[in-house]
Design a protein around this ligand. Structure first.
Ligand SMILES: NC(=O)c1ccc[n+]([C@@H]2O[C@H](COP(=O)([O-])OP(=O)(O)OC[C@H]3O[C@@H](n4cnc5c(N)ncnc54)[C@H](OP(=O)(O)O)[C@@H]3O)[C@@H](O)[C@H]2O)c1
Length: 283
């Protein structure tokens, strides 16, 4: 199984996203079952956030992990307006209450904040780590320079272990600077929205056709190839969100698929990488 290090933990390199879960109670059972099925297939890293359905996604996660045997690795995030130390603390305590856990595995700044000074946000994150509320800390939507700036503000014994950013075949900007930088500095890249682009590609599009050909050759789905590509780019974990069992099966198969250099080149030729880093955006 393909794995990746987050801090000192070795975890499967495909996890599960939860954006848009928890918005409608009538779908709760289906969402809980989907996450449980994903965990059974080895997708034990679960990404959520206080912002998703106003905490509703965290409640779905709590129901999904209630009483299960497998250990899971839980990730949540604090919204930019809640990143001042006292508010961050309250946000994290509310997250833990919804998750019904005394501690989370990884807590991230969801986006750079326009209203809260970065140093203050990182002080709050450090305090949460020191108080044992989270095992690891990190950031999300931080391009390379912003990540570097944040790292410089952290105490040496509280490293930022993850940067969670948009990364998929149609947006390979993370490869330009961030992944090589992350690789050198022990930061794992968490790829969000890794598969959303598939719904926007016409099956007749030559880019889709290359994906399909590679998938046919390997007897897997195009999504499996698209995820396997990301995992081969460096210390990367992808966190697709999937409700359908067929999707979850396809996603978990990426844990067993290693693309050859030729296969990677064929994809790179169709999905070129722009020569620019991810944009900086503060919310
Ligand atoms: N840090 C951030 O700012 C940020 C931003 C965006 C997302 N995220 C995180 O990243 C997670 C994933 O991103 P996302 O939800 O935006 O997009 P995504 O996972 O790339 O795409 C989700 C869509 O793809 C479909 N899908 C899943 N597996 C598939 C497969 N094997 N084949 C074809 N379609 C498949 C899903 O369908 P079904 O659900 O019907 O199966 C759903 O419609 C989020 O849920 C969230 O946890 C973080």
């Amino acid at each position: 199984m393909r794995t990746v290090m987050i801090g000192e933990d070795r975890v499967p390199a495909v996890g599960q996203g939860t954006w848009q879960l928890g918005t409608d109670r009538r779908r709760r059972h289906q969402e809980v079952e989907a996450l449980r099925y994903g965990i059974e297939q080895g997708l034990t890293v679960i990404d959520t956030a206080e912002m998703y359905a106003n905490g509703g996604a965290e409640e779905v996660v709590a129901d999904a992990i209630d009483g299960i045997d497998q250990p899971v690795f839980l990730v949540s995030k604090v919204w930019p307006t809640n990143q001042a130390p006292e508010r961050l603390r309250r946000s994290l305590e509310a997250t833990l209450k919804r998750l019904r856990r005394p501690q989370i595995d990884l807590y991230l700044l969801h986006w750079p904040s326009r209203s809260v000074n970065l140093r203050d946000a990182l002080t709050g994150l450090t305090q949460a780590f020191r108080d044992g509320l989270t095992r690891y800390v990190g950031v999300s939507n931080f391009p390379t320079a912003a990540l570097q700036e944040a790292q410089a503000l952290m105490p040496p014994d509280v490293p930022l272990v993850v940067d969670q950013v948009e990364y998929h075949l149609l947006n390979r900007r993370a490869e330009t600077q961030l992944i090589p930088y992350a690789n050198r500095h022990g930061v794992t890249l968490m790829a969000y929205s890794p598969l959303k682009f598939l719904a926007h590609l016409d099956p007749q599009d030559p880019r889709y056709q290359v994906l399909q050909q590679l998938a046919d050759k390997r007897q897997v789905e195009p999504a499996t190839v698209a995820l396997a590509y990301l995992l081969g780019a460096g210390p990367v974990i992808a966190i697709p969100k999937a409700i359908s069992k067929a999707h979850i099966d396809a996603n978990s198969q990426a844990l067993a698929l290693e693309l050859s250099a030729d296969e990677r080149r064929a994809l790179q030729a169709q999905f070129p990488v722009p020569n620019e880093d991810l944009p900086f955006q503060a919310l």
